[in-house]
Structures are given as structure tokens and as C-alpha cells.
Design a protein around this ligand. Structure first.
Ligand code: HOZ
Length: 429
């Protein structure tokens, strides 16, 4: 595979941008080699600057659920661009998107739009602390909630992929208020809450782990979180930046029937443009300025282009049969992968909820940060590079999810399964 243009652009990028990338996981550090620079993408395919075309299962880390450059989204954004790209003043579009979110997501009565998932989670934490008057927060090992200071302790995503120790620059006095518990460990949660529940402002969780690879919640886990937080006056926050509108139109909370107090959203509700949101009960949300005293603001919050793309995305997602189709396609792909793994004699564990999935090179059952860390990352590195050679674009880390889109065809999936078998054989050497 020719990579000369990407190599040359990466050399130049490193002169002007730290590490040549604007988000660390993109740097391919966990898989060796240099990142591909992307020229364009359409539907389920992405093309690099050297003209190599790949079937894409990264989907911009989730949001391209209707593929790249969907004509309806492109048309709506182009139309809006003619009318202006940013006003720093309210538009009707924002209310239309907010209303769609309120109608779809069980916990959300009122929602504030921001510009990224990170902004959503750190604002939700501030709100939870302001609302409860408590400082401590609980999160789970391997969950990643963006790069806010309180949340980068034992985090997943890039921190895990690059094997970084806890992040310098985070004030110890703040970090000490972040308590980590192993994912799916109901006993540890119960024990922590019985000891100090009344000091805890909020518990934040990815209702389906998505940033250490896909780690589904075990039966009863989310229900337990709801029970202990309610009993101690702690706010339960679901970080649905990945799962919101991905695993069902109402997110993981609708799928599992557990309603948090606050929900963070991102990515999908911006149709691939920069958006985040946090919402919940009106009684809590009304503590945010200008109604209440918890301050949070942003010139680009509710940006008209991003909101327009989000409205179109939710229109597409609300058509009948979308989630059933995603389920069928994802099941077909993962079944094909499982067969391949058996034929190739590789040990691997599979996880999937709807259209988000992972394959870990380990024999362990995947339930937590500790279990995903048993994966053979060296084998993953060889596998990732072999998949690229075979024309398949997956996340450059064992610890990130794969995503199916509504526009992958049966033929794309068959090609992927065939390619994956070749990649497994190459990776095994
Ligand atoms: N936080 C994203 C992975 N879960 C990575 C985003 C990016 O590097 O673009």
C-alpha cells in the first residue's frame, strides 16, 4: 500500500502540531507506523491522500451512523451555510434539536447544547456538584468521559491506548475527589456508597463501556447504580456520548430501562459536526445560568451548522427499521469474524451491543478494565496493520469500539469478513 503522501503530510504536521495530530489516538502510536491522512469519505468508505480506499468501521469514532457525506446532511448544512455559520445568538434550530432530544431520551426534560462530549461531561459534573453541594465524584476504571480534569483518572480511550500514567497537570486536590471503581463490580459500588454515599455528588458511567473497547453492563449493574445513587442523594449521570442514538433512538437508558438524573450526549446529535449536550430533569437543569448560578457558556454552543446536521441525523435515525437493520448487519459481521477466528485458531473474545462491537485478543471474559487489559496488544498491532493492507479501516487501538453504519451493504460486510480472515492469517505470521 502506497503511503508516501500521508508520510510527507505527517512530517510537516509534526512541525506545527504536537505529535502531528489534534487528538492523540489518531497518531497510530499503539499500532506502530504513521497515521493515514484522509482526503475524503463517502458512505461507508474513506479514502486517504494516497488514493487508498477503505471500508470504514471507525465512523469518526461513532457519529457517522448514516455513513459519510450523507446527501441529506450535506444539503441541509450547505443550505444553512448560505444563511450564516455562527451568530452567538439564539436560533429556532436549537429548540428544534432540543425538542427532538427531549422527546427521545427518557431522562431528559431540558437540555443544554455545547460543542463537544468533553464539554458536556465537565459541565454535568459542575452542575452535579453545584446542585448537591458535594465535591466527590465516582467513575469507573477504563471509562473515558473526555479530558476534563476530574475525569482523567484511570481513564480509557487514548490514555489507555497509549499506556499513559495518570495525567500531569491535574491538581492533586481535585483528583483526590475522583473515586474509581471497577466496571461491573456491584459489590465495590455498594461498599463505597455505604461508606461515603452522602459525600458523593454524582456517579458518572458509560452505560455500555465504549472507551476500553466495548464492555457491556452485566445484568443488574445499571439497576444497582440507580438504586444506590437514589438512596444517597447522589446524581446518576449516564455518559451517552457514544451510545446515545446509537444503540437505540433513546440511547442505552431506553434499551436497558434505567433512567439516570443527567445524560451527556455528543457526536451523533451533531451529525458529525462538533456538538455535545447535557440534559436531565428540569429541576436540576434550572440550576444552570442564566436561571441558576452554575455557570457554563460558549460562543459556538448550539452552532447553526452543527445543529442543522444534528436535526437531519435524528430525522434519518427516526425512520422505521433503522436499528433493526443495524442489528442485523452487525450480527452478520461479528458472526463472520467469530467463524474466521475459529478457522484461524486464534483466541479472541467478542462483545457487541447493537452496532457497536469489539474483538479482544484474549481468552478472558470481558467485564472490566482488568479483563480488557489481558488482550494481546502485539497481536492486535499486527492485525490492525494487516486489516489496513486488506482495505479495512478499524480503530488504531485494541481499546476502542468498532461501529457499523446504516449504509454498509451486505457486499461490504462479505468483503470485510473475507479480508479479516486474510488479515488474521497475516497477523499470525
Ligand atoms: N475520544 C475518541 C475515542 N474514543 C477519540 C477521538 C479522536 O481521536 O478523534
Amino acid at each position: 500500500m502506497k503511503r508516501t503522501q500521508s508520510e510527507s503530510l505527517f512530517q510537516t504536521a509534526q512541525k506545527y502540531i504536537p505529535g502531528g495530530v489534534n487528538s492523540p489516538v489518531r497518531a497510530f502510536k499503539a499500532v506502530g507506523g504513521n497515521p493515514l491522512f484522509i482526503a475524503k469519505a463517502k458512505g461507508p468508505r474513506i479514502t486517504d491522500v494516497d488514493g487508498n480506499e477503505f471500508i470504514d468501521y471507525v465512523a469518526s469514532w461513532g457519529p457517522m451512523i448514516f455513513g459519510h457525506a450523507h446527501p441529506k446532511i450535506v444539503e441541509a448544512v450547505s443550505r444553512q451555510a448560505q444563511l450564516g455559520t455562527s451568530f452567538g445568538a439564539p436560533t429556532e434550530l436549537e429548540t428544534r434539536l432540543a425538542q427532538k432530544v427531549v422527546d427521545a431520551v427518557p431522562s431528559v426534560e431540558s437540555v443544554r447544547l455545547v460543542s463537544s462530549g468533553t464539554e458536556a461531561t465537565l459541565s454535568a459534573l459542575r452542575l452535579a456538584r453545584g446542585f448537591t453541594g458535594r465535591d466527590k465524584i465516582v467513575k469507573f476504571e477504563g471509562c473515558y468521559h473526555g479530558h476534563g480534569d476530574s475525569l482523567l483518572v484511570k481513564a480509557g480511550s487514548g490514555v489507555l491506548s497509549l499506556g499513559l500514567p495518570d495525567c500531569p497537570g491535574i491538581v492533586a486536590d481535585l483528583a483526590k475527589n475522583t473515586l474509581n471503581v471497577p466496571y461491573n463490580d456491584t459489590q465495590a459500588v455498594e461498599e463505597l456508597f455505604s461508606r461515603m454515599g452522602k459525600e458523593i455528588a454524582c456517579l458518572i458511567v458509560e452505560p455500555i463501556g465504549g472507551n476500553m473497547g466495548v464492555v457491556p453492563p452485566q445484568p443488574g449493574f445499571l439497576e444497582l447504580l440507580r438504586k444506590v445513587t437514589k438512596a444517597s442523594g447522589t446524581l446518576l449521570i449516564f455518559d451517552e456520548v457514544i451510545t446515545g442514538f446509537r444503540v437505540s433512538y433513546g440511547g442505552a437508558q431506553k434499551l436497558y430501562g434505567v433512567t439516570p438524573d443527567l445524560t451527556c450526549l455528543g457526536k451523533i446529535i451533531g451529525g458529525g459536526l462538533p456538538v455535545g449536550a447535557y440534559g436531565g430533569k428540569k429541576e436540576i437543569m434550572d440550576h444552570i445560568a442564566p436561571v441558576g448560578a452554575v455557570y457554563q457558556a460558549g460562543t459556538l454552543s448550539g452552532n447553526p451548522l452543527a445543529v442543522t446536521a444534528g436535526i437531519e441525523m435524528l430525522n434519518l435515525l427516526s425512520q422505521p427499521g433503522v436499528y433493526e437493520d443495524l442489528e442485523k448487519k452487525s450480527e452478520k459481521l461479528c458472526n463472520g469474524f467469530k467463524e474466521n477466528v475459529k478457522k484461524a485458531g486464534v483466541t479472541a473474545a467478542f462483545t457487541r451491543v447493537g452496532s457497536m462491537f469489539s474483538m479482544f485478543f484474549t481468552g478472558q471474559e470481558i467485564v472490566s478494565f482488568d479483563s480488557v487489559k489481558t488482550s494481546d496488544t502485539d497481536l492486535f498491532r499486527r492485525y490492525f496493520n494487516a486489516m489496513l493492507e486488506e482495505g479495512i479501516y478499524i480503530a488504531p487501538s485494541q481499546f476502542e469500539a468498532g461501529f457499523m453504519s446504516a449504509v454498509h451493504t451486505d457486499d461490504d460486510i462479505d468483503k470485510t469478513i473475507e479480508a479479516q480472515f486474510c488479515a488474521l492469517k497475516k497477523a499470525l505470521g
